[in-house]
Design a protein around this ligand. Structure first.
Ligand code: GLV
Ligand code: MN
Ligand code: MN
Length: 422
């Protein structure tokens, strides 16, 4: 197994215009010296640098590029007739979680460019248009809602709600969009853009171990586990760390600690559940200050949406008891929910014919493909990650596997772009 390279600095001397070569070009963008890995929030300077990188590569390939009113980039390779209907769309995202890996998102974008190069080098004459899409805020790391770009595009989120979402600085999505050159009045569902998509294929780094265990570089997605995010706000009494006796405290941090443990135990008691608290914020947050409030974020996932809802209800009931024992109260706010979705079965089976060695696998990770599959035939390809780790600097893809992924994507795209050849 290759040891992951540090985030900053070219990780490889891979040739230009290979997937590894393309990713090496952006290996310093958004590198996070404090957390490690990459922090590339949507509409940050890092994400705009990545957009510029993609736009340069699209221009180099003579693609017709538009960034739409929702901040989605579309780079078009038209048919000779120049139409945009029934397009085959591939792509992914360029934003990251805080301190994330190099591949979650950018691998799908770089692979799309290389797949296009492969198709053109092979002299393919498309009978359907191809677009490479880059979707904003897939991770929901800045505004809290997963896959915000595709939710807004498809109307899966109320646009006023979306405009009012706030980042950790308190800036709303509308304000940040405006500062980034997007008129918030024009954010919203885009039925015309959606209607152009005939088929969507997202290639993504695998975020688990199926492909390691199956000794295969590429897999085919079957479904995405339902997942959601909830904020638990535990309120107590802010006070002085030195003068407040232990018996006199209403410390929400103590309640929060108990709630975190209860979340772990509740998830363990319900097979198939994954529950995580990866973010916790004491307010005001001082070493010598008993917090007045602690916000903690619950990420809960299960294949059965009813089980997820029951798990969250159990957690809330337990959180209330734990908080009451500390003289605190707790409030739960739902921030983002994605139900379990399956990809188009006919398309998935067709991909299995094209890629007979590729395991068909579900995933516990969310993707824009999970939003789009509710509107258009959608499929996913996964590329082996030899560490099995993701949302971490340890996420990795071997150069050979990255090229195998791009070739698999090219094979699938060729089949879709020239239907008569199948
Ligand atoms: C995104 O990668 C998620 O699964 O949260
Ligand atoms: Mn992703
Ligand atoms: Mn991710």
């Amino acid at each position: 197994m290759t040891v992951p390279a540090p985030a900053a600095g070219p990780r490889t001397a891979a040739p230009a215009d290979t997937v590894a070569g393309l990713l090496a070009e952006i290996s310093r963008v958004g590198a996070d010296p404090h957390r490690g890995g990459y922090s590339r929030p949507v509409f940050s300077s890092a994400e705009f640098d990545l957009r510029a990188w993609f736009l340069a590569h699209a221009a180099k390939r003579g693609l017709d590029v538009e960034t739409d009113r929702n901040g989605v980039i579309w780079a078009w390779w038209y048919t000779p007739a120049g139409d945009t209907a029934n397009a085959v769309v591939t792509g992914s995202h360029l934003d990251s979680v805080p301190g994330g890996g190099a591949f979650d998102g950018p691998l799908g974008v770089a692979s799309a460019l290389v797949a296009l190069d492969i198709l053109r080098a092979g002299g393919l004459r498309p009978e359907r248009p191809l677009a490479i899409a880059v979707f904003p805020e897939e991770e929901g790391s800045r505004f809290g809602v997963a896959c915000l770009g595709t939710r807004v595009l498809t109307g899966a989120i109320d646009v006023d709600l979306a405009r009012g979402l706030r980042d950790q600085n308190g800036d709303s999505f509308a304000e940040v969009a405006a500062k980034s050159g997007f008129d918030p009045a024009f954010l919203g569902p885009d039925p015309e853009a959606l209607a152009r998509i005939g088929t969507f294929i997202e290639l993504h780094v695998e975020q688990g171990r199926v492909l390691i265990d199956r000794h295969q570089p590429v897999g085919i997605g079957s479904s995405i586990l339902g997942h959601g995010r909830w904020r638990l706000s535990v309120t107590g009494q802010g006070n002085h760390a030195g003068t407040t006796l232990m018996t006199d405290r209403h410390d929400p941090m103590i309640a929060a600690a108990g709630i975190v443990m209860a979340i772990r135990d509740t998830a363990r008691a319900q097979p198939g559940t994954r529950a995580t608290v990866g973010r916790l914020e004491p307010v005001p947050g001082g070493t010598n200050v008993i917090a007045s409030r602690v916000d903690l974020w619950l990420d809960a996932r299960h294949p059965d949406d009813a089980v997820t809802a029951a798990v969250v209800a159990t957690i809330l009931a337990e959180a209330r008891l734990i908080a009451a024992n500390e003289g605190c109260t707790v409030q739960l706010t739902e921030e983002s929910v994605s139900r379990t979705v399956s990809f188009d079965s006919a398309l998935r089976d067709h991909l299995s014919l094209l890629l007979p060695d590729a395991p068909v696998q579900d995933t516990g990770a969310g993707h824009d493909a999970g939003i789009l599959t509710q509107f258009v035939p959608t499929a996913m390809l996964f590329v082996r990650n030899p560490t099995g780790v993701s949302h971490s600097p340890e996420e990795y893809v071997e150069d050979d596997d990255a090229e195998a992924g791009a070739r698999a994507l090219a094979l699938v795209l060729a089949d879709l772009l020239v239907p008569a050849s199948t």
